[in-house]
Design a protein around this ligand. Sequence first.
Ligand code: SF4
Ligand code: SF4
Length: 363
Amino acid sequence: MNRIDPDFKEKLKPFGIGNWNECYHCGNCTATCPHTEEGFLFPRKGIRSIQLGLADSIHNNVDPWLCYYCGDCSETCPRNANPGELMMTLRRYLTTVYDWTGLARILYTSFPALIIAFVLVALSIIGVGFLKNFDRIAIMEFGHKFEFFAILSVAVIILLPNILRMLWFTLVKEKVKAPFFFYITGFVDLIVHMFTQKKTLKCEENKLQWFEHFILVLGYLLLLFTTVFLNWFGTENLYIVTTGYSVGAITFVITFLFIIRRIRKKSELSKFSHPSDWLFIIWLFLMGLTAFLVRVFIDLNIIGNHLWLYLVHLIILAQWAVLIVPFGKWTHFLYRSFAIYIAKIKKENLIKHIDKELVTVTT
Ligand code: SF4
Ligand code: SF4
């Protein structure tokens, strides 16, 4: 049963724009949206749920994750309600609903808490520097191990339980059932989508955006692989060094273009930026850039006299790994892919129910 939360609209305000009352339900946005379909009618339905304070209906739904922010709905909304950004607001909010630690909510809703968290992580890395007597080899060894353990711990302790919570809200609580076969084949869609985000191509205007995003995801994952598993900063292997340079450059060049786009605010996607959007894109840019420069300094044999550069890189990396990846916008990459999986199972459940009702009506 859905309980009404009269303060729900207020609770959503820190996550983005708060003009939920602008919408008068003409339905234009849903008609325009290239991603909406039977069983997943958005964005109007979600806006209605917010206006009525139906928090559970938002928690149990994956609709916001099926929106790819092409902006068509916002462009054509007669009330300038910006439904595209309202969907984005819901995605930020849902990130905090799935997070079992409660830290995502604190970091999304309190700017001072966010600053304190970033400063604490920076101070911890500087503390490690002191403990290691600012010895270059010892600090770089620590940095290399840290990357590996941070990825593993965040995945096991935070992201995995959060995914299970997402499945709990959207499938178990909703008593959704589909043939076992779909639970397995859905995973293929999940993986394909995770790495290609190919559904973005349904949006007419988004072809270039899809390509840039695809290259960025590829560059980011390869940068991670090269530094963590191939020890980019510690190798002399020409192939690894060149690959590291290339993927580092891809990461900071594309993110720089994204930053410029957000500053110019020309497309619907970049007209409104929440602090979490800025953090994500700026930190990814800084990570690519500092990683690239560290390797340049290693190759010029001057990193020993400029250890500060490696420490800056390590601070940015640590803030990214323990704050942005588990609690910030990075999680969208994961939740959206699982939403594709959940939507597939929900669709099968819906078809099963329709078939059952048809049999009842015809007998
Ligand atoms: S958000 Fe705009 S386009 Fe969508 S139903 Fe409301 S008023 Fe109509
Ligand atoms: S931004 Fe695009 S994908 Fe998202 S709801 Fe609007 S029309 Fe649909």
